[in-house]
Design a protein. Structure first.
Length: 264
């Protein structure tokens, strides 16, 4: 089946697409993207995420859940120099990048299996650009792990893209300029997302054996995640990036600061 790759310029065969993605450095499609605005936004989202955690004092253990190439861990280490940082990434290729990227940080431990971390052992969880890629069952499992891993007063910072409304429109136009006709760059899907009704059926693959994954952001609706967080955690703050003054209706990224509910 032919699908549109989330990162390449044109629709390609699914298997070839995944092969190319898996051999491409994560930084190539984020912090080193050829578009300067995208590069700036990628850097800014990391900075904004750490700023949300400024009020949390003296954490002993911080988990970067789905760390990609580990770039966020560098900022966490600067902000919390005495904390142990756990870099969790299940995808072997991304973990290999993270180990190279973070080789000089002695406070970082690497983890490929989050179930091996002890209950209540984490003070702060950072989770950026992860939930938009997870199918429903994986979202449920991830939030369950958050509740298990956080201590009684633990908090988490979750960052996800806004893929509905005006952000869906300008993101869709950008994607069409690179890969017109792909799943996330088709006129129909962009219009549906702009109207607040993103497509419910999304292409599913695996980022690692046994880890189901949506490569495209198209179809993700942050409102559903926000409702889940509100039911399962104390939702302390909702903000946006890169300029919070514009709010969720215009910004490309949303952030949620949550705290574990006592007795959950």
């Amino acid at each position: 089946m032919a699908v549109g790759c989330a990162f390449l310029a044109t629709p390609v065969n699914c298997q070839n697409c995944l092969l190319i993605i898996k051999t491409m450095a994560y930084s190539t499609i984020t912090l080193k993207d050829r578009n300067p605005i995208k590069r700036w936004l990628q850097r800014r989202r990391l900075i904004d995420a750490t700023r949300i955690a400024y009020g949390i004092s003296n954490p002993q253990c911080i988990l970067d859940f789905g760390s990609g190439n580990g770039e966020l861990c560098k900022l966490i280490a600067l902000q919390f120099p005495t904390a142990k940082i756990v870099c969790y990434e299940p995808a072997p290729s991304l973990m290999a990048e993270a180990k190279v990227n973070l080789a000089k940080l002695s406070q970082v431990d690497f983890c490929t299996d989050v179930t091996k971390l002890s209950d209540g052992s984490v003070d702060i969880i950072f989770c950026l650009e992860v939930f938009e890629h997870l199918p429903k069952a994986e979202i449920k499992n991830a939030l369950g792990q958050f509740n298990r891993l956080l201590n009684s007063e633990g908090s988490a910072v979750i960052g996800v893209p806004i893929e509905i409304g005006i952000p869906a429109l300008y993101k869709g136009i950008f994607r069409m300029s690179r890969r017109f006709g792909a799943f996330d760059a088709s006129i129909k899907n962009i219009l549906l997302a702009t109207l607040g009704f993103p497509p419910k059926e999304r292409p599913v693959s695996e980022i690692a054996p046994g880890f189901a994954f949506h490569y495209e952001h198209m179809g993700f609706d942050y409102r559903n995640l926000q409702a889940l967080l509100h039911r399962q955690f104390k939702l302390k703050k909702v903000t946006s990036s890169p300029f919070s003054i514009f709010g969720l209706w215009l910004s490309p990224e949303s952030y949620f600061l949550i705290q574990k509910l006592n007795g959950f």
